[in-house]
Design a protein around this ligand. Structure first.
Ligand SMILES: [Zn+2]
Length: 542
């Protein structure tokens, strides 16, 4: 009796080797392979790579075992097929991430993918996927299909003795994994767990807390507070910060007439859009991100709520795609504003993307009609220098061309020229937005969500996109941003105390992270305290 039970259990446990061996191997390579291969080939961590291989093998074995129990056979085969299809897709995504971005698909990247719309994904796919990658992937898939076709005639399973040996190997794996269980944090199950932990809301106003706001003595609120959120602008490509090409002539002219003030050494809180905006527009900060208190990011007070509580009418003009409800940040902030306008055509194709002047044209009437006795908080969300750079400016702004970059590697020149042209056009648009407010009591802040690496990482000389999160050097390059404040003549006249602080601080700043942007905005309108917290200590003008 005992013997038959033992035999039955042993038979079930051996099944992944004796009956579903091909599925086991295919799943092991496609679904979990990128995790350990990344450790070996990208991180060069041999021990970690080995421990993760063991961990992944156990996962693959358990999944094969469980699926092997499904009856009838037809249903089991369908489920195996679906799982392998998902594994093949995730393999392709991870393959791309490893070779192009230097890290595996993680919660942030998944968020970025969900947060971008179909157009952006299409642009990204057409421009960012290296030509060799598609044949390489197809080649890998073809090998699997070939082996599968062969196995239909000669089933690829282990025999009696080899499967016993494999079982011994599995027990050894279990022992190794038990001693190094922490390695699971870098494995596929933990990744999936992390991705499900990300929580979103589609209504920030449901979390409003209306903290008590007190103002400085005799404070007079400026009528227009304008926040321009740019896109992918690296400080290293701004002539305001010493770049040798004249990419910021409009803003330079404003600086020369003491209307625009530049601030140095400012970093964005993240190298990607949704994450950065989430941190910039609310009192949620990098500190809260590193030391989670259990309070979710959308439960923190946002600058939109605070400005509304100060009496400002809020308006969001966005030239980036509206995005899905789950895009994690941009859309929920726009929807918290009393009014909003999304200017990017939904479903427009990659050659029909609206350039940023649409922001000026569509807000012109609003600013024109805005009564000076009312208060307005206007947010512009630009397309800026979002990849593909060459699509971000009209032809007349194509001032830089490949020949201007003779000292750079030939393969970089076209990208550099397109990037600088997009910065030049961006400069013009910011100038035009500022112009809308020049006769009003207005303060305008411009900052991009993050920068770009732009071929500056010597270890990865052909890389130009977002800073890589797992590589501190690349990350630091990716968060370097320009930061400017425009103060209209009327604002300068009416708010002399804050102007004195702006003048004192410009140029001498040592370091500030734009995740504290809400405090700066509140400081600029004369708020003293919010919910008992002093504003000035966190404002960069402190
Ligand atoms: Zn961005």
């Amino acid at each position: 009796m005992l013997k038959t039970i033992y035999k039955k259990i042993a038979d079930i446990l051996m099944r992944p080797f004796r009956k579903h061996f091909l599925f086991l191997i295919a799943f092991f390579i496609l679904a979990t392979g990128p995790f350990f291969l990344w450790q070996f080939f990208y991180q060069h961590l041999l021990v970690n790579g080995f421990l993760l291989t063991v961990h992944c093998f156990i996962i693959s074995y358990v999944i094969t075992l469980l699926i092997g129990l499904i009856k009838p056979d037809k249903l089991r085969k369908v489920i195996q097929g679906i799982l392998l299809l998902i594994a093949a897709i995730s393999f392709a995504i991870n393959f791309y991430c490893i070779f192009e971005l230097g890290y595996l698909l993680d919660a942030d990247l998944a968020r970025l993918m969900i947060g971008t719309d179909l157009n952006e994904t299409r642009e990204f796919a057409s421009a960012m996927i290296p030509k060799w990658m598609i044949p390489a992937l197809l080649g890998i898939y073809l090998v699997f299909v070939g082996v599968w076709a062969l196995s239909r005639k000669h089933p690829l399973n282990l025999g009696k003795i080899t499967s016993r040996l494999a079982m011994c190997g599995l027990l050894l794996c279990l022992w190794v994994n038990a001693r190094s269980w922490k390695v699971w944090e870098e494995g596929p199950i933990h990744r999936i767990y992390e991705m499900t932990q990300y929580e979103v809301t589609d209504d920030l106003t449901a979390y409003y807390t209306h903290p008590k706001i007190t103002f400085n003595e005799d404070n007079q609120l400026p009528t227009d507070v304008v926040l321009i959120i740019g896109e992918s602008f690296s400080r290293s490509h701004s002539s305001l910060y010493g770049y040798d090409k004249d990419t910021n002539p409009c803003l330079r002219a404003y600086c020369d007439s003491s209307l625009v003030f530049t601030f140095d050494s400012i970093d964005a809180p993240a190298p990607t859009t949704a994450e950065s905006i989430r941190l910039m527009l609310s009192t949620y900060s990098q500190v809260d991100e590193e030391h989670p208190s259990g309070k979710k990011w959308f439960e923190f007070t946002t600058i939109i709520e605070l400005m509304q509580d100060c009496g400002y009418d809020s308006y969001w003009f966005g030239n980036q795609a509206r995005g899905s409800k789950k895009n994690g940040a941009t859309r929920v902030f726009a929807e918290a504003c009393q009014q909003r306008k999304f200017l990017q055509h939904e479903g427009a194709d990659r050659f029909n993307v609206t350039t940023d002047m649409v922001l000026v044209d569509s807000s012109y009437q609003y600013v024109h009609d805005a009564k000076p006795e009312e208060l307005h908080f206007i947010i512009y969300h630009m397309m800026g220098s979002h990849f593909d750079y060459a699509m971000r400016y009209p032809k007349e702004f194509a001032r830089f061309s490949e020949k201007d970059y003779a000292s750079q590697p030939e393969s970089h020149r076209a990208t550099l020229a397109a990037y600088d042209n997009s910065i030049l056009y961006n400069d013009y648009v910011i100038g035009q937005i500022i112009d809308l407010y020049k006769d009003r009591d207005a303060v305008v802040i411009y900052l991009p969500d993050h920068g770009q690496v732009i071929f500056r990482d010597p270890k990865d000389p052909d890389y130009f996109s977002h800073g890589k999160k797992k590589n501190p050097f690349s990350y630091a390059l990716g968060v370097e941003i320009p930061f400017i404040i425009y103060a209209s003549p009327l604002y300068q006249k009416r708010h002399p105390l804050i102007m004195q602080r702006i003048r004192e601080r410009q140029g001498e700043l040592t370091s500030w992270n734009s995740d504290e942007l809400p405090y700066l905005i509140l400081d600029l309108i004369g708020v003293k305290e919010v919910g008992g917290e002093t504003i000035q200590t966190k404002s960069m003008l402190h």
